[in-house]
Design a protein around this ligand. Structure first.
Ligand code: ADE
Length: 227
């Protein structure tokens, strides 16, 4: 999978070299390219934003510069992801879908966001016919300073679903994961007693049927509590 990100803060993406993502990149499973938006700004001050038409607080990122940055990145069959708190909520299902993609481009807006014509333009038929799909995505109902951290969250959740990225593929396929793909029951490891708290007896029993029942029950209790 190829992953491009366009940002005015390329340094935010340093963590891509660490841990699982770093290994996936070294192994050639994922190819990350980070692009500095400011390098496309040819105006005097390398400005990337301006005041909003209609007035109001904040600054809006210039469509011209985004066009110059995105045009060369958009190959046939690409998912262009525009990060915005107003976007569709990212979840495990969306991560699974994007993990099947061959090319993701993350557009990281700052300030009050990117001029909406950028979205409108790349949603035109001329791009749709080349299988270029535009998605506005939010990672949650809170406002970040920009899309960089949101992109990292998405990249981590998406890439770990690509075959070969996780050391132990069973981590993905185990029955004990809920439909969203994560473990819901509490986990314990050594020692059996820590600060007077004992690991639940059943987990030391070796009775796998009873352990599975106990875990399902704990998961249900937890799900209830989090409603
Ligand atoms: N940019 C600012 N806040 C965001 C959020 N919650 N999700 C995605 N992009 C954002």
């Amino acid at each position: 999978m190829k992953i491009d990100a366009v940002t005015i803060f390329p340094d935010y993406f340093a963590p891509l070299q660490l841990s699982l993502l770093g290994k996936a990149s070294d192994a050639g499973i994922v190819n990350f390219q980070i692009h500095d938006l400011r390098s496309f700004a040819s105006n005097n001050h390398h400005a990337v934003d301006d005041t909003p038409y209609g007035g109001g607080a904040g600054m809006v990122m210039l469509p011209e510069i985004w066009g110059l940055a995105l045009d060369p990145l958009l190959e046939n069959d690409t998912d262009l992801i525009i990060l915005t708190p107003a976007g569709k909520r990212f979840d495990q299902k969306m991560a699974a879908k994007f993990s099947q993609s061959t090319h993701l481009v993350f557009a990281c807006g700052r300030y009050e966001g990117i001029d909406d014509r950028v979205r409108q333009h790349y949603q035109r038929e001329q791009y749709a016919s080349r299988n270029i799909r535009v998605h506005e995505v939010s990672i949650g109902d809170y406002v970040l300073g920009g899309g960089e951290v949101a992109s990292l969250v998405m990249i981590e959740a998406i890439t770990r679903l690509i075959p070969g990225v996780l050391g132990n593929p069973d981590s993905l396929s185990e029955e004990s994961h809920n439909e969203d793909g994560y473990l819901e029951y509490p986990n314990f490891t050594k020692p059996a007693i820590w600060r007077d708290i004992a690991v639940p007896e059943i987990l030391l029993s070796g009775n796998h049927g009873e352990i599975a029942k106990w875990r399902a029950n704990e998961a249900a209790k937890r799900a209830e509590k989090n409603l």
